[in-house]
Ligand binder design. Structure first.
Ligand SMILES: C[S@@+](CC[C@H](N)C(=O)[O-])C[C@H]1O[C@@H](n2cnc3c(N)ncnc32)[C@H](O)[C@@H]1O
Length: 240
């Protein structure tokens, strides 16, 4: 289904519309953190090096580069990387700031440890086979003081009913089999893994998708989708 990545009304439309909330969230968190004054409105993420871990077709990678960041998008699926690179080549303004790599995030640690100001992994961890190794790799890839941004699905009856059953069988938002509920992650489990790797959670917040309006909204309730931001300890190389 790779050719549909850039169809804003296709199978990935919810990822496209999520950009409306996840990009300002990442931008504002990073610019506040580095207290960039005066803030460059055109390139607020200038000089930031970001890893988009599980970048798919580049739906999130490109807008981050448009905000001035240098972004590495990594995805284990060759076809996704090809689609992302082909789409990127159409925009000469950002092509030099984005690099796509076809590999598993876990394989990047050997060469890129502590290289990134931020690691972003949006709608990925619920697809990963060895979550503990994946999270530990994301943490190792961050510079001390770096930020990890995750969006994912909670493991609740509600998330099964809406994100799996309704999304795949009633609303036909995503193809059948897109999500395996057994891989969904309760926030406490994610928090435990982050703690083990020397990261402190600074935010956890619910987000919800309205399929009728194709819009995402921030909500208090984290029982279906949630977003998490955590920060790596300043002087810890490998965490605890
Ligand atoms: C639902 S897509 C999300 C794409 C992108 N983050 C976005 O929000 O537009 C999940 C992606 O994660 C990738 N992925 C899953 N596990 C991975 C791993 N261990 N290393 C790299 N990519 C991975 C998949 O190939 C897939 O492209």
């Amino acid at each position: 289904m790779s050719y549909t990545w850039w169809d804003e009304l296709g199978e990935f439309k919810a990822l496209h519309s999520m950009n409306a909330i996840r990009i300002p969230w990442i931008r504002d968190t990073l610019t506040r953190k580095y207290e960039q004054m005066p803030l460059s409105l055109a390139s607020p993420l200038q000089d930031k090096v970001i890893l988009d871990a599980g970048s798919g077709g580049g739906i999130l990678t490109e807008p981050l580069a448009r905000l001035g960041a240098s972004v590495i998008g990594i995805d284990m699926v060759e076809e996704n990387i090809k689609v992302a690179q082909t789409h990127l080549n159409q925009d000469p303004h950002i092509v030099s700031r984005v690099k796509y790599i076809q590999a598993a995030v876990e394989d990047l640690v050997e060469t890129e440890e502590e290289k990134f100001d931020a690691v972003v992994s949006s709608e990925v961890v619920e697809h990963v086979s060895d979550l503990s190794t994946f999270i530990s790799s994301c943490c190792k890839l961050l510079k001390p003081g770096g930020s990890l941004f995750i969006t994912t699905l909670n493991k609740t009856t509600m998330s099964y009913g809406l994100a799996v059953f309704a999304a795949e069988n009633v609303l036909n938002l995503v193809p059948k089999g897109t999500h395996d509920w057994n891989k969904f992650i309760p926030p406490d489990d994610l928090q435990y893994m982050l703690d083990k790797n020397g990261l402190t959670r600074s935010l956890i917040h619910g987000i919800i998708y309205n399929p009728l309006t194709n819009r995402w909204t921030w909500i208090q309730d984290t029982s279906i989708n949630y977003a998490l931001h955590a920060v790596k300890a300043e002087h810890s190389k490998h965490g605890i």
